[in-house]
Design a protein around this ligand. Structure first.
Ligand code: AMP
Length: 139
């Protein structure tokens, strides 16, 4: 069963499309957190960022890079929060990679990306060193 976003790409479900090229697609979020809230997706289905091939990741970032200033200009925003919910644990509901571009306005009452944290950990220096070394060895 194709994801709801694949059905949008295929024109089976209506959406307010703002951009399309060979590999990427962007449309307004149906439940906007702010005017101009836009979703940017790869046309092909990948559940998580981890699954996106390098060439598609480059295309996806290029589209995000072009759309951020366009969205800001269109709604006269003071900034944008640009984020992926990557995996169910992070709040991802649609299993098709999508980048949220959420326009932000001075005094809009929203928080920074740091507001996503629940209880923040108190990590010792050696634990931080170990984590950094593990990531460096895997990437
Ligand atoms: P996430 O929680 O990161 O998976 O976000 C999914 C987003 O998709 C939510 O912000 C929804 O409002 C949005 N959404 C779901 N269905 C549609 C649709 N048919 N058209 C546009 N946006 C949608």
């Amino acid at each position: 069963m194709p994801t709801i976003f694949s059905q949008i790409v295929d024109g089976e479900i209506p959406a307010r499309t703002v951009y399309e090229d060979e590999t990427t697609f962007a449309f307004l979020d149906a439940n906007p957190l702010a005017p101009g809230h836009t979703l940017v997706i790869p046309k092909d289905e990948y559940e998580r960022l981890n699954d996106v091939p390098d060439d598609v990741a480059a295309d996806l970032y290029a589209t995000i890079h072009d759309l951020v200033p366009a969205v800001e200009d269109a709604v006269d925003a003071d900034g944008t929060t640009v984020a992926f919910n990557n995996g169910e644990a992070a709040g991802q509901e649609v299993p098709h990679v999508h980048c949220h571009i959420v326009p932000r306005f001075e005094g809009d009452g929203g928080g920074p990306i740091h507001a996503i944290a629940g209880e923040t950990p108190d990590l010792a220096d050696d634990e931080l060193d170990d984590i950094a070394a593990d990531i460096e060895s895997i990437v």
